[in-house]
Design a protein around this ligand. Sequence first.
Ligand SMILES: [Zn+2]
Length: 241
Amino acid sequence: MVNWARAYDWFFETDRVPELLERLERGDDAGTWAELAHRLVLEADLVSPAGFAALPQLVRLAAHSAEARILSGKILERAAGHHDCDDLLAQCADAIAEFRELLDQHLRSRPSDYLAAFRALLAVEEQYHWAAVLGDFTDDFYAVGCPHCAAEVTIAIGDHGRYSAIRDWHQGDVNRRPLRPAPVDGLSGIGRLMYDTALRDGKDALVDGVLHLFGGAQCPSCGSVFSVADEYASAHRPALR
Ligand SMILES: [Zn+2]
């Protein structure tokens, strides 16, 4: 049983979120979902205590509700930030395991909200930076620092090309170098999970994007080759609490 006494939301109220959840148990309603999201998560990487208290009930709703899946994913995406709610988060362990299973089943059905569910799965796997930024690889850019010369390198993975470049304010992406996709048998960890999941579900653009994201890039300034994913992840790792 959830103890709501300290589980205040962003309006410093503790009674409104349980009311909203009860309303959603009776049926989906866009206005109620909007108010709930507003009370539980802030765009600036923050989640209110009520977000963790609401998670088990949200996960139960997530089997039949896209809004519940997205909101649960956003709450978990923010679990790495500062929240002072480790005890509330610890109580969510079963709900998080249930959510992982539910998302996996959902992804297998190749739903129209595939990317949102894929990102929620990355949040469950505690890959917070990928959960927050991963796109569908039609027009994705990542800014990374070259680990050898500290040049700011733009990585493009999309329909317009897959390259590393120096972004020039006037001339666009200059000194382009083609990316070097990872060999499939060289993938491990989260890259492997992303690849295997997308391949299983027939998401060709995602498969190809993941291979490039976890592959190598040549720095246009110094010519050295580095791992795109490693550099991006180390620059965006959440600060330790
Ligand atoms: Zn360099």
